[in-house]
Ligand binder design. Structure first.
Ligand code: FAD
Length: 397
């Protein structure tokens, strides 16, 4: 009988893995992709929707090509349980699916309860994160539009590691770009639990001191402990309370809930899932592969869509090799590029190449492979638009 690979999560990790298992096996392995959302909404470029230069439709892609071009069975449901002994996945709808190999790429779970007042404020849509693109992205955009001129937008950042290190700083730039046109007396406050800007620090600081001078303020070591949405207040471990009109809290994050349910979260105080970096097979369960934001990262590896896509190809190749009885690639290589837009057209990037090191059983960055922009430019903006189109096509087309 034909081998069956089941994939949980149709995002950058899961959809790429599903697509590449089909491609690498010449369509000889059956693939079932489980995803509750009817279409994929990309987090990359979603900050441009907040800025107003892009629309929700620009970041939304259906699963049609995976279904019709690649013959993947896309099940619109949520995985509610994994039985790693019986090798089955149970769906919220009740059905149960058997797997030979399972890919788990559910993104992050937000730990709302870590911040007092957040579970209630988030539940009624008063305090959003918009850190999973979708309805919250559109809702946060509406909050920014409704904010009065002269008001304050505050974004709070949890301690690293979190999904997309440069993302919050790009968001600050996008909101400032919108304010410059629509409400020039408004302010953007960045309240960061970390000791400094976590990614592309000099480039972002130059934007805040340059085009956004007087509008964007960055404050390190602001570790959010509570929000009072009615009073418009944010409270911190050490620093004084901050008042804001629009409060955008990025809660602390951990591996997606289904990974936790399955007991795959065996690293960093049960926050992240340990994997064998050569194949991305879980160190907690055989024949289960974990990808993307849910994994315990190797040194200098960001939690990014590009990384999840790159990891997915390594895992797909390993799955196809294992099922065929071939040796797995002894020396996988991962690439990453993170672009950030400082306005509607100009972008900066940071890039790296990560090579698997068999002796240390981890990825090490290849010396001399990395790169960082000198300054924002429209040319890099054009590259960034191409990157977004291409990564989306490599994942879903
Ligand atoms: P996701 O892409 O989030 O996919 C997870 C999927 O799993 C979701 O579709 C979810 O619905 C599904 N799922 C969850 N639980 C279940 C379940 N129980 N059953 C079935 N399905 C489930 N990265 C870049 O490389 N470049 C960028 O420019 C960039 N910009 C970003 C900007 C913002 C504002 C944000 C928030 C992130 C950005 N990222 C960027 C990071 C990127 O979005 C993530 O790193 C990437 O999406 C991780 O891929 P993933 O497969 O782990 O998770």
């Amino acid at each position: 009988s034909r081998a069956q690979v089941v994939v949980i999560g149709g995002g950058y990790g899961g959809a790429t893995a599903a697509r590449y298992v089909r491609l690498f096996s010449n369509h000889k392995i059956d693939v079932v992709l489980i995803e509750p959302d009817a279409a994929f909404v990309s987090c990359p470029m979603s900050n441009l929707v907040l800025g107003g230069s892009w629309q929700m439709a620009d970041i939304t892609t259906p699963y049609d090509a995976l279904r019709h071009r690649h013959g993947i069975t896309v099940v619109c449901d949520r995985a509610s349980a994994i039985d790693t002994a019986r090798k089955t996945v149970t769906l919220a709808g009740g059905a149960s699916i058997v797997y030979d190999k399972l890919v788990v790429s559910p993104g992050v779970e937000f730990i709302y309860g870590a911040i007092e007042g957040l579970p209630a404020a988030h539940a009624v849509g008063q305090v959003l994160h918009a850190w999973k693109a979708g309805p919250e992205t559109a809702a946060l955009r509406r909050q920014l539009q409704a904010m009065p001129e002269g008001g304050v937008y505050a974004i709070t950042i949890p301690e690293a590691p979190y999904r997309c290190p440069p993302g919050p700083y790009e968001r600050a730039c996008q909101v400032a770009w919108y304010f410059k046109q629509a409400k020039p007396r408004a302010k953007v406050l960045i309240l960061d639990a970390n000791p400094d800007v976590t990614s592309k620090a000099a480039l972002f600081k130059a934007a805040w001191a340059g085009p956004y001078r007087g509008m964007v303020e960055y404050r390190p070591q602001y570790n959010t402990t509570a929000v009072d949405a009615k009073a418009g207040l944010i409270k911190f471990e050490v620093q004084d309370d901050v008042r804001a009109d629009v409060i955008n809290v990025l809660p602390p994050m951990r591996a997606g809930a289904i990974a936790v349910q399955a007991g795959l979260n065996n690293q960093a105080n049960q926050h992240w899932c340990g994997v064998n970096y050569q194949t991305f097979e879980s160190t907690a369960a055989k024949d289960v592969f974990v990808l993307g934001d849910s994994i315990q990262i190797a040194p200098l590896m960001p939690k990014s869509g590009h990384m999840a896509n790159s990891q997915a190809k390594v895992a797909a190749a390993a799955i196809v090799a294992q099922l065929a009885g071939w040796p797995v690639n002894p020396a996988p290589l991962l690439t990453n590029t993170c672009y950030s837009f400082v306005d509607d057209r100009r972008a900066v990037h940071v890039a790296s190449v990560h090579a698997y090191n068999a002796a240390e059983q981890t990825y090490l960055t290849v010396p001399g492979s990395g790169g960082l922009s000198e300054r924002p430019s429209e040319r890099e903006g054009a590259y960034a638009f191409s990157w977004a189109r291409n990564i989306c096509a490599d994942t879903l087309a």
